[in-house]
Design a protein around this ligand. Structure first.
Ligand SMILES: [Fe+2]
Length: 431
């Protein structure tokens, strides 16, 4: 033992050579590079007992119709809002064969899966890095880099190309899965609020223990590129890794560790709750947080002129939902179409109500235009969602009144320049 121990400049676990591609250990184990950006981007190296190319000749083949819901045809969404009911378990049953595409643009997609059956194969997504959100369920994500235990409320990031399988724990499972085709999710940070809002890199949990398998048998790996699924079969277990080093890794991130930006006197816009940005998409978490004391605590009416908004409802009373959405459902608000608080929520705000705490967790992913919706999603769409704003056409508080203009002009005289109360004391010399 040396007198001093040092951290390596790069994360590593197990038996690795002193540096990639170098040293005498490489005459005895098999190095594999997982590299992005050609050979110039993020990278990790795994060290295997057997060559990763030891597939059985004649066993490789394409698998037509392997995950039909994942390839559900896409349609333009047009100018109507949708809310998708809770997805049923797919007939095929496991995480990937039961995957259902909901929406997609050129660089990102949202999917849902309700697995009931174990995976009797390993999976590699060769076309996207995946971000799972575990709405319901627990288990272990087993990967080349080691296992990651997960539970309800965890995000799981599975980088493009990493061999893995889900070991499902007992109970129901319900996951949303976001695909990033053109790059990995990047942690969102605003230059003015720094690296610890809305979460810290130290909240990420990477595999730390290897479960090295020296096993022979028939081990199937299914890969996906675009809509093509391919099987290959290896005679040794793919988790024959005795060490790894690098920064291109799977990890998990618990939604409980989102520490949101809140403001007493103004409404933080949805983008203030962003946790990841990916090409053509940003992912936000609306979590349990203090209600604004004096600013609007309901969302302002808005047209999102460049994105289709998806919101997956995970937990709570969904203050903006006006009582028409429930856990497991997903709303789709297409580009350009105005939306905002449902009438009941706005009435409560106008009446001065304030619950003190937003008791909710919602996962929002906004997709750059043009984004299309799948036939599978349209099949889950509930017909009454556009009516959720119907109170604006019937409640006398919101409908036409001959004296409305005069009333608002009078209010303007009194309130247009008024400030709220959480502010420095009035200075008599200022106007
Ligand atoms: Fe919105």
């Amino acid at each position: 033992m040396e007198k001093y121990e040092y951290f390596s400049g790069t994360p590593e676990v197990g038996i690795v050579p002193r540096a990639p591609h170098a040293g005498p250990l490489l005459r005895h184990v098999f190095e594999q590079e997982h590299g992005r950006g050609g050979f110039a981007g993020k990278v990790s190296h795994t060290y295997h007992l057997y060559p990763p190319t030891n597939w059985l000749p004649g066993e490789g083949r394409h698998l037509p119709q392997w995950a039909p819901g994942w390839e559900s045809p896409l349609r333009p969404i047009g100018g109507l809002h949708h809310v998708l009911g809770v997805a049923p378990a797919g007939p095929a049953g496991d995480v990937y064969r039961g995957m259902g595409r909901l929406v997609a643009n050129a660089t990102a997609a949202m999917n849902v899966t309700v697995p009931r059956a174990p995976m009797d194969y390993f999976f590699e997504h060769h076309g996207a890095t995946m971000v799972f959100f575990v709405h319901e369920g627990r288990g272990a994500l087993e990967t080349t880099f080691g296992p990651i235990e997960y539970r309800k409320g965890d995000f799981l990031i599975v980088p493009k190309g990493v061999t893995h399988r889900f070991e499902l724990g007992p109970g129901p499972h319900y996951y949303w899965m976001y695909e990033s085709f053109a790059g990995d999710p990047e942690k969102s940070e605003a230059p003015t609020t720094g690296q610890f809002i809305t979460h810290s890199r130290s909240d990420y949990r990477f595999p730390r223990s290897l479960d090295t398998r020296n096993e022979s048998g028939r081990f199937e790996i299914v890969s996906k590129v675009d809509a093509t699924y391919t099987r290959r079969v290896h005679p040794t277990h793919p988790f024959d890794v005795i060490g790894w080093r690098g920064e291109y890794l799977p990890y998990k991130f618990a939604v409980e560790d989102v520490r949101p930006l809140v403001a007493d006197r103004s409404h933080v816009p949805p983008s203030g709750h962003t946790i990841f940005t990916l090409p053509g998409c940003y992912l936000c978490v609306f979590t349990v947080r203090s209600v604004e004391k004096e600013g609007m605590w309901v969302p302002f009416f808005h047209k999102n002129l460049d994105y289709l908004e998806t919101l997956g409802y995970h937990f709570g009373d969904f203050f903006s939902g006006g009582g028409v959405v429930g856990a497991g459902m997903v709303s789709l608000h297409p580009v350009g179409l105005p939306h905002g608080p449902k009438p009941r929520s706005l009435q409560a705000f106008m009446d001065g109500a304030n619950a003190g705490v937003h008791q909710e967790v919602g996962i929002m992913a906004d997709f750059a235009n043009p984004t299309q919706v799948s036939e599978l999603a349209l099949g889950l769409s509930r017909p009454d969602y556009m009516s959720a704003w119907a109170g604006y056409t019937t409640d006398p508080r919101f409908t036409y009144a001959p004296g409305r203009l005069a009333e608002v002009r009078a209010l303007g005289e009194r309130l247009a320049d008024a400030r709220d109360t959480l502010r420095p004391p009035e200075d008599e010399t200022r106007v």
